[in-house]
Design a protein around this ligand. Structure first.
Ligand SMILES: Nc1ncnc2c1ncn2[C@@H]1O[C@H](COP(=O)(O)OP(=O)(O)OP(=O)(O)O)[C@@H](O)[C@H]1O
Ligand SMILES: [Mg+2]
Length: 360
């Protein structure tokens, strides 16, 4: 589907791809397009460049979307994901009572890992997506994803969190200690003592308290993980793959595309961002030849440059062709390398000019 069609019809659009390719930019441009098409759209961004965040009125991490005013018929909202407070909200939601929730939130171990737990950012992005979807406030939710080498990190994150809570050593830590410690073998106790010596017994105590505090909450998390996964494979949800035309980036993007397809979540649109300029039809070899015959002159130098540019463009096209056939029938949208960063609404509009049908 074209990006315009996605922005017009879908409930959820997830922009994924490897680091630095333009996911945040594409996600913000998609939400802006949704608003331009009269929908109420929100973009959940992760680590936007500071200037873009400022331009969108996002001066600080926030757990709730902020509305951006502008001359579009719809609504544009944006938020910068605050991993930690999303996690806190989840703990509050699933804790059987307030005091259990508070004992988790106060726990030092929790405070240390809540932001750093591997996959937390991915998990929280999915969590936030789910919550915004449930709220029914938005017709279009665009999700930016964190830079990750593994496409499935964020799809897999809910499952990973439950697996983490299911982990045997943590289950063991959660058991009423004294009775159980008698039963565990000497080697395990020795191991625990060693760990205590290395990381400090306070850390172990905090960890034990942490997992105890989570007792009884796994089911809530597991159920939630299932529902998030169901939402990702809903027909109203689309995955947009963002890539840059460099060889290594294209290889990573291909890997992403494969993984998504294996997970039953095919890429529905491909964006190739930051293409080098094209100088019409012509073969680099021919320009190179003219550069040789004009060697030593200004024109010769220009032809040598032209040959270089055409060669870069040719390579980019070759790289893209393989990726395009992999994600077919997803359409490919190309965005040139712009002279400046995309750091304000004007910049987003400019990118939008390449991403979306002019007629709207
Ligand atoms: N077509 C373009 N031309 C010029 N600059 C661009 C273009 N697209 C994006 N940029 C700039 O490149 C930088 C990276 O873009 P962006 O933040 O969207 O990438 P990302 O994939 O979200 O990165 P990360 O993986 O680090 O989150 C930004 O400074 C952005 O303004
Ligand atoms: Mg980003």
């Amino acid at each position: 589907m074209t990006l315009t069609a996605l922005a017009r019809t879908r409930a959820i659009v997830i922009c994924c791809g490897s680091g630095g390719v333009g996911k945040t930019t594409a996600a913000a441009a998609l939400a802006l397009e949704g608003a331009r098409l009269g929908r109420s759209a929100v973009v959940v961004t992760i680590d936007p460049a500071k200037r873009l965040a400022n331009a969108m009125g996002l001066d600080e991490l926030s757990n709730t979307p902020k509305r951006i005013d502008g001359d579009w018929p719809g609504e544009l909202w944006a938020m910068m994901l605050d991993t930690k407070s999303t996690f806190d909200a989840l703990v509050l939601k699933y804790a059987p009572d307030r005091s259990q929730a508070e004992s988790i939130l106060r726990n030092r171990f929790y405070r240390n890992i809540a932001g750093a737990l591997s996959g937390t950012q991915e998990y929280m992005a999915m969590e936030k997506l789910f919550e915004l979807h449930e709220s029914g406030q938005f017709e279009l939710i665009v999700v930016d994803t964190p830079p990750t080498r593994n496409a499935l990190d964020f799809i897999d994150a809910p499952r990973r969190l439950t697996r983490f809570l299911d982990n045997r050593i943590f289950r063991w830590l959660m058991l009423p200690t004294r009775a159980y410690l008698k039963a565990v073998n000497v080697a395990t106790q020795a191991l625990l003592r060693t760990i205590s010596r290395v990381v400090g017994s306070e850390v172990i105590k905090d960890a034990v308290a942490f997992f105890r505090a989570f007792e009884g909450m796994e089911d809530g998390f597991r159920d939630r993980a299932q529902r998030v996964l169901a939402l990702l494979s809903d027909p109203g949800t689309a995955f947009v793959l963002v890539a840059s035309p460099r060889r290594d980036a294209v290889e990573e993007a291909s890997f992403f595309a494969d993984k998504l397809r294996d997970a039953g979540l095919p890429v529905e649109s491909l964006v190739v961002n930051r293409l080098h300029p094209r100088f019409g039809a012509g073969r680099p070899e021919a320009d190179r030849e003219r550069a040789r015959t004009l060697a030593g002159t200004d024109l010769g130098a220009l032809f040598a440059n032209l040959a270089d540019f055409r060669l870069v463009a040719q390579r980019e096209d070759e790289h893209i062709a393989g990726l395009a056939s992999k994600v077919a029938p997803a359409p490919v949208t190309r965005v040139p390398f712009l002279p400046t960063d995309v750091h304000d609404l004007e910049g987003l509009r400019e990118v939008g000019g390449y991403l979306f049908d002019v007629a709207g």
